[in-house]
Design a protein around this ligand. Structure first.
Ligand code: SF4
Length: 402
């Protein structure tokens, strides 16, 4: 069977107990959109993201009040039983905030540095050096996160001038991609010169265009062995953001590129921030890189499924499996590899159900009101009545017990 390319060999980085790269499973991470100085709201959102499956959570640290809140948030989360590593997102004044707030520097599991606004050129060299020295002092890894919306203008201008002087062999987009990559690599090199080990450096080079993102990461991956954080920045809202992120990250992951992912979705007003975590997990699971919950295969339904029983059962089973998973995992390691099929009629129902560990084929319009259940490819029962969903859930639980 064709599968993904062999994972690119990246130096492993320990982020507060979660390994990124070094052969570790691809890590799901996310970011809050609360004001970090609002401790209650931030704790609530970090917990929601962690419960949804975010293995690392990034929070904005943009001013003194936010930096002062970080250790309190860390302690509050610990008391509540959530030890998810927190990453501080710093821009412009990270060197000052981390210097002035040692408890914040200590509480964070990683510092995100944007070389576009804390570069290492000219007067900004001391800012970048200070951040790296603080990372060394507190024994923390950093992510050097380049974003084309805040690219180092000085570097970009120099590369454009050089390209023009050479007769413009590269187009404008290619020069920009080169500037993004060089910004990351030169910053990482500088961090190493200051003393930070390769096992303390993660790189990201985010752009908002799918094809550019793929090209940038392919190039970056070939030019270094740092662990890579993947993300399509400013992916957008709703379906557009989900599709664009999945297309871009899916292609890179298939090529073996990427050690941790973040899906950057713009939430609908009042929308659920955890959607980005659910999409990230779904992407990794659907491509076969991770298995977080049992896989539920459900047909799309059609004119043969005129009742809502089918949709309700498919949704009900999926929610039931996700909810029960923490307890099952504790009792039965490996249970997450279970596959369940919920199908709408006999056209594809029995066939698809036979491919799953356990599957049910509901009666379509005009069929006998009976739902055959298949276990490991064999028909074992036929369910009838209004409580088919409950009967099937018991059979799934029974299958797991056995
Ligand atoms: Fe329609 Fe049946 Fe196919 Fe489902 S399995 S999409 S109900 S024909």
């Amino acid at each position: 069977m064709a599968g993904p390319a062999m994972r690119r060999q990246a130096v492993g980085v320990n982020v507060g107990g979660v390994m990124v790269g070094g052969g570790a499973p691809i890590v799901v991470q996310s970011m809050t959109n609360t004001d970090t100085a609002d401790i209650e709201a931030t704790v609530r959102q970090v917990m929601a993201l962690a419960r949804a499956g975010s293995e690392i959570v990034r929070i904005t640290v943009d001013r003194d009040e936010a930096a002062a809140a970080v250790p309190i948030i860390r302690d509050r989360l610990a008391v509540l039983g959530h030890d998810v590593p927190l990453v501080g997102d710093f821009h412009y004044i990270g060197h000052k905030l981390l210097t002035d707030h040692p408890a914040c520097a200590d509480a964070l599991a990683k510092y995100r540095i944007n070389p576009g606004n804390v570069g290492f050129k000219a007067k900004r060299d001391t800012q970048f050096s200070t951040l790296i020295e603080l990372a060394l002092k507190y024994d923390k890894p950093v992510r050097i996160g380049v974003n084309w919306g805040s690219l180092d203008e000085e570097l970009l201008t120099r590369l454009m001038d050089e390209n023009a002087a050479a007769g413009s062999p590269l187009g404008a987009a290619a020069v920009q991609r080169e500037a993004i990559i060089q910004s990351a690599l030169l910053s990482a090199q500088r961090a190493e010169e200051i003393g930070l080990g390769r096992d303390k450096i993660i790189l990201s080079t985010k752009v908002s265009d799918v094809q550019h993102l793929i090209a940038v990461y392919q190039d970056l991956a070939a030019r270094c062995d740092y662990a890579l954080h993947l993300g399509l920045t400013e992916a957008g809202m709703g379906t557009k953001g989900v599709v664009a992120s999945s297309a871009a990250l899916g292609i890179l992951l298939q090529q073996g590129i990427g050690d941790t992912i973040r899906i950057s979705l713009t939430p609908e007003p009042g929308g659920d921030r955890t959607t980005e975590v659910k999409v990230a997990r779904e992407l990794l699971q659907t491509m076969g890189f991770r298995q977080f919950v049992p896989t539920v295969a459900a047909c799309p339904g059609c004119g043969r499924t005129t009742s809502t029983t089918f949709q309700t059962l498919a949704q009900d089973i999926e929610e039931h499996l996700s909810r029960s998973m923490p307890e099952w995992k504790e009792r039965y390691p490996g249970v997450e590899t279970l596959s369940v099929a919920v199908m709408g009629c006999i056209v594809n129902g029995p066939g698809e159900s036979k491919h799953a560990n356990i599957g049910i084929s509901l009666p379509g319009t005009g069929e006998t009101p009976a739902a055959p259940v298949f276990v490991d490819g064999q028909k074992v029962a036929t369910l009838r009545g209004a409580d088919v969903a409950e009967q099937f859930k018991l059979m799934v639980a029974d299958y797991i017990e056995k």
